[in-house]
Every structure is written in structure tokens, then in C-alpha cells.
Design a protein around this ligand. Structure first.
Ligand code: BDR
Ligand code: CA
Length: 316
């Protein structure tokens, strides 16, 4: 069983990732670090806590992550894609009920130390909270076994700009820091996750099996996300499941993804290329090794991915 700490900006696809983590018997979710990104940090933490409460898992701590990028700039949120509250049409109350225990980085370091060298971090939002954890306690972060990031776009267009993907663009300094420093790093980029589509028919199928308040949330939030994507990319066949892809990768199902090993640089300078992820894809470039060398996903077996996701989300 993988012991996972999920770093998320708990919008719609992050929520699907969280639900997947809770339902997958091969994942033992130890904590959620909720930061800004799709929405502000407090909404992100509230949403994570709300989902955990619906799942009856208030034992899992929600750690308050970062509120803005390392540059100090005011972040831009994405209500058109994720809804004002980050859960499409659903708005859980902000503070009427403390859905789950919200705590700070001390808890994060405790969880890592308690599970010595057996923690996998999966980061599916901006990289700020993760970079902060490294700045605050590199000796504890070195105990993390491996790290998975959903972010970047290689040899293909971005989503938030022509060249940059939203998680890396939102805090390129942090993204670059994590790429240079996290050992055993795997990156699941946008050029792979944009094909991980859940069609409306599959969403309806999941809904027919949804027998808990947590699972009943899937259809309304994904219907909202689908409508938002139709505005962005008219005619798209479904909703891209960016974030859950990184968690699926972390379960290391043989053959699900293929990878190349490359050093990655994220451009953190102002300008057209801000947030772009660069690796050397020239033919004949040798594979790298060691810290600073990431495994970058280059393909995903979409049929198997879809079948696996449906299996987990509709499991009794
Ligand atoms: C990523 O950006 C966020 O909007 C999504 O939740 C996902 O993590 C996709 O670029
Ligand atoms: Ca996300």
C-alpha cells in the first residue's frame, strides 16, 4: 500500500483525485496539504476537509498550504473552470462547521517522520507548498521516498498560456526548485493528462453506481467542469482528469505510463516563456540520473486508465 500525502488546490479535478485516493485500496492517504491555485487557499482547505468529512475520514489531517506564489504576487484563480467555491455548483459552508482538523506544516513533518522513508508525495497544484516544505526542513523532506507532480507541458502547447501549464505557470520558481531538488521525481505533464478524458456517458455510469454522499458529488462537479471545458475547447469529448492521473501514476501499475528521463528547467523569468517547462528531447540525448533528473511521462494507456478509474470509483 502506498502511503501518500496529497498536495492539492482543491478544485474539481483535484477533488476527483482525492476521492480516488480515498477509494483505492492500494493507497493509504496520510494527509492533504491544501494550497491556493484553482481557488484561494482557505477554500481549497475547506473543500478538502468537506470531502474527507463526507467520506467519514476526518482522521486525515488537512494541512494549510501556501496562499500565494514565492514571488509574492497576487494569484489568479479560475472560477470559470472550477466554480466560485472550487466545487462547481456545490458550496459547502466556509466556517459553520469545522469539517476536519486543519493544521500546519509541523503536522506534515511529523507524518513524514512517522512513516520513515515510506512516504510518496503527489503534488497536483502549484508547487509553492512543496517548495516551502523543502526550504523549511530539507532534512525531513529528504526522507520522502518519491514525488509525483502533475504539471508542465513538453513539446506541446500549454493551457494557461501558449507555452505554459497552469501548475508550473502559477509559481514557476517553486516548480523549478522542486524539479532541481526532489529526489525520485516523476512528472505527469499536460500533454499526457489532456487526453485522459472522462466522457459524459462514463460520468453518468459512475453516477448510477454512486451510493454515498461523497460519490454523488462526482456527477454535478464533473458536469460543471464539462460545460466549462466546452467553452474553452468546443467539441472536446470529455473532461480531462489531470490530477488523478498523477495519483494513478503513483500506484505504479506496470505499463500504464511510459517515461523518459530528463533534466527539467522551468523558466521563472517574466515574459512570453514564463512557466514553460524545458527538457532536452533532441535525438541521441543520453538519459540522466540522480537528483535533478525526472521521469517524465510521455504516454498513457487511455483505455486501461479509464477502466481502472471506473473500477476504483464504482468499487463497493
Ligand atoms: C492543472 O491546473 C489546475 O487547474 C488543475 O487542477 C490541474 O492541476 C492542469 O493544468
Ligand atoms: Ca490541481
Amino acid at each position: 500500500m502506498k502511503k501518500v500525502i496529497l498536495f492539492a488546490d482543491t478544485g474539481i479535478d483535484d477533488s476527483i483525485a482525492l476521492i480516488y485516493a480515498l477509494k483505492n485500496p492500494d493507497i493509504d492517504l496520510k494527509a492533504v496539504v491544501a494550497g491556493y491555485g484553482n481557488i484561494d487557499r482557505d477554500r481549497s482547505a475547506r473543500n478538502a476537509a468537506y470531502l474527507l468529512k463526507l467520506a467519514g475520514r476526518t482522521d486525515i489531517p488537512v494541512i494549510l498550504g501556501s496562499t500565494r506564489p514565492l514571488s509574492g504576487e497576487t494569484p489568479v484563480f479560475f472560477p470559470d473552470i472550477h466554480g466560485e467555491e472550487g466545487l462547481g455548483p456545490i458550496s459547502p459552508p466556509m466556517s459553520a462547521e469545522p469539517f476536519a482538523r486543519r493544521t500546519n506544516f509541523t503536522k506534515l513533518f511529523q507524518v513524514i517522520k512517522q512513516n520513515l522513508e515510506d512516504i510518496t508525495i503527489v503534488n497536483v497544484g502549484r508547487c509553492t507548498s512543496l517548495a516551502m516544505a523543502w526550504y523549511l526542513s530539507p532534512e525531513v523532506m529528504k526522507l520522502v521516498k518519491d514525488t509525483y507532480l502533475m504539471g508542465g507541458a513538453f513539446l506541446e502547447p500549454g493551457n494557461v498560456t501558449e507555452v505554459a501549464e497552469a501548475n508550473f505557470y502559477g509559481d514557476p520558481q517553486s516548480a523549478d526548485f522542486v524539479c532541481q531538488n526532489a529526489p525520485n521525481l516523476t512528472i505527469i505533464p499536460l500533454n499526457v493528462t489532456r487526453d485522459a478524458l472522462l466522457t459524459p456517458a462514463l460520468i453518468d455510469f459512475i453516477d448510477t453506481r454512486a451510493d454515498t454522499p461523497l460519490l454523488k458529488l462526482i456527477k454535478p462537479i464533473l458536469d460543471f467542469y464539462y460545460d466549462a471545458y466546452q467553452e474553452l475547447e468546443p467539441g472536446i469529448a470529455g473532461t480531462p482528469q489531470h490530477d488523478v492521473s498523477a495519483l494513478v501514476a503513483a500506484t505504479e501499475i506496470p505499463g500504464m505510463f511510459s517515461y523518459v528521463k530528463k533534466r527539467v528547467k522551468v523558466d521563472d523569468r517574466d515574459g512570453y516563456a514564463e512557466g514553460i517547462s524545458i527538457a532536452d528531447f533532441r535525438p541521441g540525448t543520453p538519459e540522466c540520473t540522480g537528483t535533478g533528473c525526472a521521469r517524465i511521462a510521455s504516454t498513457l494507456d487511455i483505455e486501461r486508465f479509464t477502466a481502472h478509474l471506473l473500477d476504483i470509483l464504482t468499487k463497493e
